[in-house]
Design a binder for this molecule. Structure first.
Ligand code: DAH
Length: 314
């Protein structure tokens, strides 16, 4: 071996390493020159065969060559690793300027919106929400509300019977009885929910939603009923909407009333919606019948209360 041999290895390595086009070929050259059986490794191993006096000079040149090749290979490796990463990033680049996907979203059903709006008014007046079952016993739907068996008032409601004693509730009023059975006055309750009647035409569907409300305490009077319902009507239909009470009949209230508001479509002058009367009925109401209080075990001499029930869709 001569110094020239080593230098020509250096030149060859230099040329080969610089010509590489990818990481793999650089790594192959690392093995070729610096691996266990590499060209330069072989030279280092054969230093022992060099005459003693020449050994330092040979050693220096070989080491320098090894360092040079080593650093050149490292440089190339880093270059290819960096460009591989760059390619990867380029390939997976997220273009934040691409328009997003349109995700279709739904809207709350108009009936639910109206229901929520109405319930909110009563919550703001200190009422709390209660619910009852939609499959109801004849007792809660009728009997305890003072509809005796075979009483003609039952004909007011076109009932879906499940069995002789079980019905789909025809109104939310049974919730009054269920709540009063379990709680002592004072009570301020609002009970929204689905009700069912065997009825279907342009203005009736077999299922619709009602909101029941009632308040029970000592000394509750008809003026409390009027005050609460006026606040409700003004909040929902507008502060200047006129409200009127008409005498009516329900078995579970005495006296009973139907409540109208001035037609919000024509402003009271008469149109198709109000059938030219200028008024639209919005709910039934009244003072809770003492018989209902007796059914739930309240003392009718001590407690009085009002109740009302309205349809949400109509
Ligand atoms: N439950 C009655 C109906 O569905 C509505 C009603 C009237 C509820 C008067 C009441 C009330 O609480 O006092 O026709």
């Amino acid at each position: 071996m001569t110094i020239e041999d080593v230098l020509s290895i250096k030149n060859l390595a230099d040329e080969e390493i610089k010509k590489t086009g990818d990481l793999k070929s650089v790594q192959a050259l690392r093995i070729k020159y610096l691996g266990k059986k590499g060209v330069l490794t072989a030279k280092i191993n054969s230093l022992g065969a060099i005459p003693k006096e020449d050994r330092p000079e040979y050693g220096r040149v070989i080491n320098e060559t090894k360092d040079y090749v080593e650093s050149l290979i490292k440089q190339q490796e880093e270059f290819f690793k960096a460009s591989e990463l760059e390619n990867l990033l380029k390939a997976n680049r997220i273009d934040v300027t691409v328009p997003g996907f349109f995700i279709p979203h739904g809207y709350q059903h108009p009936t639910s919106r109206v229901l929520d709006e109405i319930v909110d008014v009563f919550l703001s007046l200190g009422f709390r929400i209660e619910e009852g079952p939609e499959v109801e016993s004849d007792y809660y739907n009728f009997e305890a509300l003072n509809f005796p068996k075979d009483h003609p008032a039952r004909d007011m409601q076109d009932t879906f019977y499940v069995t002789d004693d079980v019905v789909l509730r025809t109104h939310t009023s049974p919730v009054q009885v269920r709540v009063m059975e379990k709680n002592k006055p004072p009570l301020r309750v609002i009970a929204p929910g689905k009700v069912y009647r065997c009825d279907a035409d342009v203005s009736h569907t077999p299922m619709f939603q009602q909101i029941e409300g009632f308040m029970v305490d000592e000394h509750i009077s008809m003026s409390d009923l009027k005050g609460v319902l006026e606040i409700f009507a003004h909040a929902v239909f507008g502060a200047s909407t006129p409200v009127r009470f008409r005498p009516s009949f329900f078995p579970f209230t005495e006296p009973s009333a139907e409540v109208d508001i001035g037609c919000v479509i024509c402003g009271g002058t008469g149109c198709r919606v109000c059938k030219n009367s200028g008024w639209v009925e919005i709910l039934g109401a009244g003072m809770i019948n003492p018989r209902v209080f007796e059914m739930v075990g309240y003392d009718p001499e001590l407690y009085t209360g009002f109740a009302f029930g309205m349809g949400v869709e109509s």
